[in-house]
Design a protein around this ligand. Structure first.
Ligand SMILES: Cc1cc2nc3c(=O)[nH]c(=O)nc-3n(C[C@H](O)[C@H](O)[C@H](O)COP(=O)(O)OP(=O)(O)OC[C@H]3O[C@@H](n4cnc5c(N)ncnc54)[C@H](O)[C@@H]3O)c2cc1C
Length: 460
């Protein structure tokens, strides 16, 4: 057996069910688990302060997990390809392992790494189905390289055997030639969501045990604290494996847990779309001839949660405060930006990526496109009415009261969701703005835009 293998960890920051670590441990006597703070990633504008803090916590926790098993995390900074090449020489690595990923950035990086290590005669193994349950491309429809509609994808996803869980190596050891690094530092910010595999496993275990069976009731209730798992930041950084979560939830065999597994399939679905069409991170997946409005004032009001539509403002303020937003609120605020204000989905996606702890190119960009009707939604012109959504998903106003303290004095949910009904003087005294847009007129305008564009497309 060769002496040394390198496991390059990217956003698979865990020791449980980690095919990259497991394969490296099986292939050599010693394993160097490596994480590189990739300078190129910072230049893409993708790195954000909240996610950088969360990442730091993930690395510290991963290092602790590795130390309990006899190794430690080696952390480097710079160009990932250069750093891996350099370390491979330093430790005379017989093989290098890394997870496949779906963005254009990751694909280019993987190609460069293959060339770099090939030139050094050090084989690279790229593992699929590390970040997702099913590897992108593992399920394809006839004559196409990816599924463009979720329902048939989900059907196939459920039929296919998912990979077995990766064995957890009991002990690792670093090569003696490599000085044991000091643990990565982390700032204690006292934030509500701390990064790391220990937190992720605790949360997953507790939520699956206590709440997943009622998921189908609670998943759209905006005010329910445990209605959804809140595991998304942990899934984004791979502190918990989507494959393992799907297996544990499926074993519960309840309607709620099955609905939860379906959401994991949505996550896979967006990953396989982006893997096949990496340009969809920026370009319309299905162009609709939109001529988006340029309205800085409205965009800023939306970003700051001051549009005068309480359910929209509540979601936007949750994002700014928690670095997370309920999925139903993401749908409402996204529809409001793109279809009511008719502002480009890219402006919304950038803002979300700046603030979300779970900010993820596949899930964020493809969901934004879905909401804007330029993506995979089979009803691209539907406009969510925020007032109906508020009535349905925040019927007693708890969510709005939680995030908009100015309105918390209002007892009647109808007044809370439509405070303009109380008149300008009352709004002024509450210190809450009047709506920045007439909802009915905006819906008409959007539908006219799309009809005009459709006529334009069909006459071309
Ligand atoms: C405009 C918009 C932007 C979004 N941006 C992101 C993003 O950057 N990162 C992100 O992880 N999710 C994103 N989502 C999807 C979804 O809102 C979040 O995954 C979910 O709210 C996370 O909360 P949770 O962990 O409690 O989810 P749960 O309801 O507990 O679901 C479990 C997991 O399934 C996955 N999931 C759930 N819903 C979706 C979905 N619609 N699409 C893809 N995966 C899903 C997530 O990984 C989630 O953690 C976005 C949705 C919209 C409408």
């Amino acid at each position: 057996m060769p002496d040394t293998a390198i496991a390059v960890l990217t956003r698979d920051l865990r020791v449980h069910d980690n095919p990259v670590l497991a394969a490296a441990a099986e292939s050599a006597r010693q394993v160097v688990p490596l994480f590189v703070h990739d300078a190129a990633l910072a230049k893409t504008g993708f790195a954000s302060a909240p996610r950088t803090r969360f990442l730091q916590e993930c690395l510290a926790d991963l290092d602790a997990g590795l130390r309990r098993r006899g190794a430690a995390l080696v952390v480097r900074e710079g160009d990932l390809v250069t750093e891996v090449g350099r370390l491979a020489e330093e430790v005379d690595a017989a093989s290098v392992h890394i997870a496949a990923d779906v963005s254009g950035f990751a694909a280019r990086r993987e190609r460069r790494l293959t060339e770099e290590l090939g030139a050094r005669r050090r084989p690279l193994t790229v593992h699929g189905a590390v970040h997702t349950v099913l590897a992108p491309g593992a399920a394809t429809p006839q004559g196409n390289d990816h599924f463009a509609v979720f329902t048939p994808y989900h059907r196939r996803w459920a039929e296919i055997d998912h990979r077995p869980l990766a064995a957890l190596p009991r002990r690792f050891s670093l090569p003696a030639s490599l000085p044991k690094p000091s643990p990565p530092g982390e700032a204690d910010t006292g934030s509500t969501m701390r990064g790391g595999e220990s937190q992720a496993r605790r949360r997953a275990h507790q939520w699956l045990q206590e709440h997943s069976d009622e998921y189908h009731y609670g998943q759209d209730r905006l005010a329910a604290e445990d209605g959804t798992s809140r595991l998304s930041p942990y899934l984004h950084f791979g502190c918990v494996s989507a494959r393992e979560l799907a297996a544990v939830a499926a074993d519960r065999a309840t309607v709620g847990a099955e609905a939860f597994v379906r959401q994991l399939a949505w996550r896979d679905f967006h990953h396989q779309v982006l893997a096949a069409r990496p340009e969809a991170a920026r370009r319309d997946y299905r162009p609709r001839g939109d001529e988006w409005r340029d309205d800085e004032h409205a965009l800023r009001a939306w970003q700051e949660g001051r549009t005068g539509i309480p359910i929209v403002d509540a979601g936007m303020r949750q994002l700014l405060t928690e670095g997370w937003m309920h999925n139903r609120a993401r749908l409402i605020t996204g529809s409001f930006l793109t279809k009511t204000l008719y502002i480009d989905w890219r402006a919304g996606a950038v803002h979300f990526l700046r603030h979300l702890l779970d900010g993820d190119v596949a899930n964020n960009q493809m969901n934004w496109q879905w909401v804007a009707g330029t993506g995979t939604d089979t009803r691209p012109n539907r406009v969510l009415n925020p007032l109906r959504q508020a009535e349905r998903y925040d019927p007693d106003g708890t969510y709005v009261r939680r995030w908009i303290p100015e309105l918390a004095v209002l007892d009647d949910p109808r007044e809370l969701h439509q405070p303009w009904r109380l008149g300008t003087n009352m709004l002024n005294s509450l210190g809450y703005p009047a709506p920045i847009v007439d909802l009915d007129a905006a819906r008409e305008r959007f539908q006219q835009h799309r009809q005009r564009a459709n006529r334009g497309t069909s006459s071309q």
